[in-house]
Design a protein around this ligand. Structure first.
Ligand code: B12
Ligand code: SF4
Length: 386
């Protein structure tokens, strides 16, 4: 065997040092996982993304279709990239978030949105790491969290942070289904970590628990049916088919993550984990229905919930009200039936049609104000009032 050249040994040492430096920095800034993969490590992702988009499963998230070329292959996004570091941040809740689903007067905000926006938190930390890394390596870097056209889950699986479970999210042996993902692309050569194998086995708990049957097959999701999409991404009225199934989930959904048996093995998260805001753990629907635009903005300041705006948020809270069976919410819903926002008025009609007795609803309908918005008129028709 020929002796390795001095040049090769030097290069290998440099790679070892840089990779170790990156992982130390990542741990120091509170990330639970950091592993590295090659930009060409997700050869199936592009075609699978294509199938998802061609089947229309992205719904109205047109940005997915518009960026499909860049999203499907990191090298199309940035041709100079040589290594991709993927970071995981555990956000596992202290209690099973499904506990609140039985509390009809309370609203469920999904775990990831119960504190500050994780995009901001992760991006801030990643930028710090990237700045120090770039200085040490003399290389170019770019960091991404969620909003860029990067397929974070397949990249994380290729880097060995875990595997894509049947619910399509990344599952880790150490942190279960509760990981936020982020990445750093760099022109530097780093040591590559091995991928993880699939440990879902014959389990199909996440597929069976989904309230809206959003999984056409294991490892595939139809976003149009997912409560996370419906309550966060979707604008306008929500299809009546889904409203009763949404229950009291007013922002996102955690059911398929929470049921995953791998959560039982989840390690203690780093001390820098985001802790839930007390007032976002179990807010009352009655209180949320009182929020106008300024109070909504103040209450959700710094939270990802603010992103959907007051009207879409009240639309969701009205669906929870309509599913609650709580007659004490009728007065608030009546007031919202005269709201300036058509999507709020329409969903108030739906909620009242469920909360009021038949005669009471007829009397309310007889007194209704003139309505010209086609979508609100449609809600009246759906409620049996022409
Ligand atoms: C669009 C999007 C959504 C959409 C669509 C969800 C989806 N699964 O794609 C909606 C709005 C529904 C959504 C919901 C949620 N999201 Co989201 N979302 C994204 C986003 C922006 C893009 C994901 C994407 O590219 N989807 C396109 C599809 C085609 O890609 P894919 O899911 O990887 O599809 C793979 C499988 O289908 C697989 N496949 C297909 N066929 C087969 C066959 C076999 C045999 C196998 C093995 C695999 C396989 O190959 C595909 C390519 O890898 C990412 C951030 C990012 N930039 O990556 C966050 C992200 C996926 N979301 C995240 C989270 C936390 C959520 C929610 C939990 C939020 C909540 N509590 O409400 C839910 C979970 C719902 C769910 N079960 O997925 C996290 C997930 C973290 C993790 N551990 O994986 C991410 C990574 C954001 C982040 N930076 O942390 N999300
Ligand atoms: S987040 Fe909820 S609605 Fe969406 S796929 Fe998972 S269980 Fe179904």
């Amino acid at each position: 065997m020929p002796e390795p050249k001095t040049e090769d040994i030097k290069e290998r040492k440099r790679r070892d040092n840089l990779t170790a430096f990156l992982k130390r920095e990542s741990a120091a800034l509170g990330f639970d996982l950091c592993r590295v993969t090659r930009p060409d490590s997700i050869p199936d992702a592009k075609q699978r993304l294509g199938q998802f988009i061609d089947a229309g499963r992205h719904g109205t998230m047109e940005w997915m279709a518009e960026t499909r070329e860049r999203r499907g292959d990191p090298r199309t996004l940035w041709s100079d990239v040589r290594s991709v570091a993927v970071f995981g941040l555990n956000y596992g809740p202290d209690e099973d978030p499904r506990g609140i689903l039985g509390k009809k007067d309370r609203a469920a905000i999904s775990v990831y949105a119960r504190n500050r926006d994780y995009h901001d938190v992760m991006k801030g930390r990643l930028k710090e790491i990237a700045t120090r890394f770039a200085a040490k390596a003399g290389a170019d870097v770019k960091v991404f969290v969620d909003t860029a056209p990067v397929m974070e889950k397949p990249l994380a699986a290729a880097a060995g942070l875990g595997w894509q479970g049947k619910h399509t999210n990344l599952v880790s042996r150490e942190h279960g289904s509760w990981l936020f993902l982020g990445s750093m692309f760099t022109t530097a050569d780093l040591n590559i970590d091995g991928s993880e194998t699939d440990h879902c086995g014959s389990c199909r708990a996440c597929l069976d628990v989904c309230p809206t049957a959003a999984f056409p097959a294991p490892y595939q999701i139809d976003a149009r049916r997912c409560i996370s999409y419906l309550t966060i991404e979707h604008k306008g009225p929500i299809d009546p088919e889904f409203r009763p199934l949404i229950g009291n989930r007013i922002y996102g959904c955690d059911d398929c993550l929470a049921v995953c048996p791998w959560n039982k093995f989840a390690n203690e998260a780093s001390e820098m984990k985001l802790k839930a805001r007390e007032d976002l753990k179990e807010p009352s629907i009655a209180f949320l229905l009182t929020l106008d635009d300024p109070t909504f903005r103040t209450f959700f300041s710094g939270s990802p919930v603010k992103r959907i705006g007051r009207d879409r948020f009240i639309r969701n809270a009205l669906i929870a009200a309509g599913n609650s069976g709580e007659r004490s919410l009728i007065e608030r819903c009546r007031a919202l039936a005269a709201d300036a926002s058509p999507v709020v008025r329409g969903m108030a009609v739906w909620a009242l049609s469920r909360l009021m007795e038949a005669g009471e609803f007829e009397a309310f309908a007889a007194q209704r104000e003139n309505e010209s918005d086609e979508e609100v008129l449609n809600e009246w028709r759906l409620a049996g009032v022409s």
